[in-house]
Design a protein around this ligand. Structure first.
Ligand code: AOS
Ligand code: ZN
Ligand code: ZN
Ligand code: ZN
Length: 424
């Protein structure tokens, strides 16, 4: 389904009085805010195709109704999100879950919904029905050359699907590792993985990037062959200039200083992209900003500082993607919440007085440094983000409009009550 434009306009005009008061007050108080609005309008966050259905947890699936039944439905859902918030103008696909039967048709559909294709994801962490060799003991690291060959070829096939759609990057996340000491020779596993990645790298079109995603543990619980940012950076460095590290916020050991990791990866020109989510324990894949909004802000603070230092374009030079999924909320409302949290953290980090911070750092005024950051983080930037939505032709209050228009009920009427989206 699509939202009729007049519905959005009507919703906005109902909220306009209140919004105008809030935004004019905000702009009066924050003289730098004017320039921020356009940056917010330009900033787009890719929605993962696998987050549109209920599920994603490991122990059971409790399907909601009206979930997408195929790739077309998934794009339609993201199109809806983008109509509502103006900031979800991209999608990240997972192969084989999202193999397009007709790439041209899918590309046109995405174009008509104003959606771009962000990174393609390969999948060598599950065995597929028609697959010859098993990934039980790894894929790109596997001791058997046949398994490695199959995994390499799968990745090359994913690149081809991506090319047909106009994507420009491939994310490789490997479940490869070991569950018990002695199971694996670390050095050899690393070397085989690197050799395999080299073959995939060689198949990249000239204007493509490859993102090497790391993860501390799970499904392997003793070692993971791309287990942390150091290992990912090693692979990315050895592979070459088209290879980068991808940071998934849930993939660190507890209390890791992710903002520092991000800062150094950027400094090395090796940060490629993000999987946003939030967590309390591990790779919980919860809604971005639902638990640690200050951490999200501190990460964005480093991103903005580092990208500006390198003259990078915030909107286009990194892959901004969500990787979240769970069982208990309407997935579309959940994604609206994630995007809102990301936009807020971004807006707050744009408000940081960098000149003042630099000066305070030079004289070790630690309290003032903290004040400057917290002042930005404690600013209620919701009017600013809402104003960006208004200018993009989206809704002032996306979730309220989603509910007023009974979108979920309409999706259930269209697709049925018992639907199972493909994917995890
Ligand atoms: C797995 O933990 C990773 O976050 C990957 O990004 C994965 O491809 C994605 O979560 C879909 O399962
Ligand atoms: Zn991820
Ligand atoms: Zn994650
Ligand atoms: Zn993950």
């Amino acid at each position: 389904m699509r939202l009729e434009k007049y519905r959005i306009d009507q919703h906005n005009s109902e909220l306009d009085d209140k919004h105008q008061k809030r935004i004019s007050f905000f702009l009066e108080e924050n003289t730098s805010a004017k320039n921020i609005i356009q940056k917010l309008v330009d900033f787009q966050i890719a929605i993962p195709s696998w987050a549109l259905g209920t599920g994603g947890t490991r122990f059971g699936r409790f399907s909601g109704g009206g979930e997408p039944r195929n790739l077309e439905d998934k794009l339609m859902d993201i199109g809806l999100l983008h109509q509502l918030n103006g900031s979800s103008g991209a999608v990240s696909l997972h192969i084989p879950w999202d193999i397009p039967s007709d790439a041209e048709k899918i590309k046109n559909l995405a174009g008509s919904l104003n959606l771009k294709f962000d990174a393609m994801n390969s999948n060598t962490f599950q065995d597929q029905a028609a697959q010859e060799f098993s990934y039980k003991f790894g894929s790109l690291q596997h001791v058997d050359e046949n398994v490695r060959r199959q995994a390499i070829e799968h990745n090359i096939e994913v690149i081809k699907h991506g090319e047909a759609l106009g994507s420009k990057s491939l994310t490789v996340w490997l479940a490869d590792g070991s569950c018990f000491p002695g199971q694996l020779n670390f050095r050899e596993a690393f070397q085989r993985t690197l050799d395999s990645l080299r073959e995939i790298y060689a198949a990249l079109p000239t204007d493509w990037k490859i993102f090497v995603e790391y993860k501390a543990y799970e499904p392997n619980f003793y070692s993971t062959t791309v287990g942390d940012w150091g290992q990912s950076l090693l692979y990315a460095t050895k592979l070459g200039e088209k290879a980068f590290t991808l940071v998934d916020l849930g993939h660190h050991l507890p209390n890791a200083n992710i903002e520092q990791i991000v800062s150094l990866l950027l400094m090395e020109g090796k940060l490629g992209g993000f999987h946003f989510n939030d967590s309390k324990y591990g790779d919980d894949d919860l809604t971005a900003g639902s638990l640690k909004p200050y951490q999200l802000f501190l990460i964005f603070n480093e991103l903005v500082e580092g990208m500006d230092a390198r003259g990078m374009n915030h909107a286009t030079d990194l892959g901004w993607m969500i990787d979240a999924s769970h069982n208990v909320k309407d997935p579309l409302e959940d994604l609206l919440q994630s995007v809102e949290a990301i936009m807020m953290a971004y807006a707050q980090s744009l408000l940081v007085d960098r000149t003042a911070l630099k000066a305070a750092q030079q004289v070790h005024d630690v309290a003032l440094c903290q004040e400057i950051l917290q002042h930005a983080h404690r600013t209620d930037v919701r009017p600013l983000v809402a104003e960006a939505r208004l200018r993009a032709g989206a809704a002032l209050d996306p979730i309220a409009l989603f509910r007023t228009l009974d979108v979920r009920k309409k999706l259930i009427d269209e697709r049925g009550l018992k639907t199972v989206a493909t994917g995890l």
